[in-house]
Design a protein around this ligand. Structure first.
Ligand code: ZN
Length: 284
């Protein structure tokens, strides 16, 4: 081999080496890119894992939330069914029905009720407003609440209303009414329960729990608890039942109060507290 050939070969080798080096340089970024993308993928995987962990943490937090909502299960009226019968309706029904299961005595299916002497508002309007607030107060305490009516345009006799609540098997029924008297001076709250049927004693126990709370909440005059067998709605009831006469619409001042939303809330809260006392005393 001549010196010239050696130089040429060397030059060729160097040139080849340079090409190979370039080729491997070109390949290198690809490898790096692969590694980077692998890292990115790993990073994403980790992020996904993080998210999963976060979700799990959130789930746990939600679980904790459920646990902290467990007092919902322990609300004072949880598992308690309360019936509310807002008295009367837009139009009375003068057809007759028997006043009690074992009686031949008949009374109008549903009377038209009284009317505010000052506000001119009909009793059936006032008592539905009070009843809706009572429903809200009871539901806030965890009770399951059933109303015989939520509108004025119904035709429900007092027997129908009692039977509706009997079938629902509620723990207690409150019949919400307002009173009327010849004297404009009569005022205050009175409760009425049946005297002779199977629910008389338990209804009286409910009334005794509710009345003091109602008086404390409203400051109204205490007219006491009356036991008699005059009311179809109570006589036909097979579940504890009482009628709340919330006040006298024949008394101008009390008429105004009975139609004042704040006073209606006081009535609702007083009744709700009394119902809590009644239920809790029964549980002991
Ligand atoms: Zn009434």
């Amino acid at each position: 081999m001549t010196k010239k050939m050696m130089a040429l070969l060397l030059a060729l080798l160097l040139a080849f080496g340079a090409v190979m080096a370039e080729a491997s340089d070109a390949a290198l970024p690809t490898d790096e890119a692969v590694e980077e993308s692998a890292e990115t993928a790993t990073g994403e995987t980790e992020e996904v894992a993080d998210k999963t962990e976060t979700e799990e943490t959130e789930d746990e937090a939600a679980g904790t939330g459920e646990e902290s909502e467990e007092p919902v299960e322990q609300k004072r009226l949880s598992g308690v069914k309360i019936g509310i019968d807002p008295g009367h309706q837009a139009h009375g029904n003068s057809q007759k029905e028997t006043v009690a299961p074992n009686s031949s005595q008949k009374k109008a299916k549903v009377s038209s009720g009284t009317q505010g002497v000052r506000t001119r508002i009909a009793e059936y309007v006032t008592v539905l407003e009070i009843s809706m607030k009572l429903r809200d107060a009871l539901e806030a305490l965890g009770a399951e609440v059933y109303l015989t009516r939520e509108t004025h345009d119904v035709d429900l006799s007092n027997q129908d209303r009692a039977k509706m609540m009997n079938e629902l098997g509620v723990d207690l029924v409150l019949r919400i009414h307002c009173d009327g008297a010849e004297s404009s001076k009569s005022h205050g709250i009175g409760l009425f329960v049946s005297k002779s049927n199977d629910i008389a004693a338990e209804s009286l126990r409910a009334a005794e729990a509710i009345l003091p709370r109602l008086i404390a909440a409203t400051g109204a005059k205490d007219r006491g608890i009356t036991q008699n067998d005059n009311y179809t709605g109570q006589n036909w009831s097979t579940v504890p039942c009482l009628m709340v006469e919330c006040g006298f619409m024949s008394n101008p001042e009390e008429d105004e109060k009975l139609n004042d939303p704040d006073y209606q809330w006081q009535l609702a809260k007083g009744m709700a507290e009394g119902i809590c006392d009644y239920i809790e005393n029964g549980r002991e």
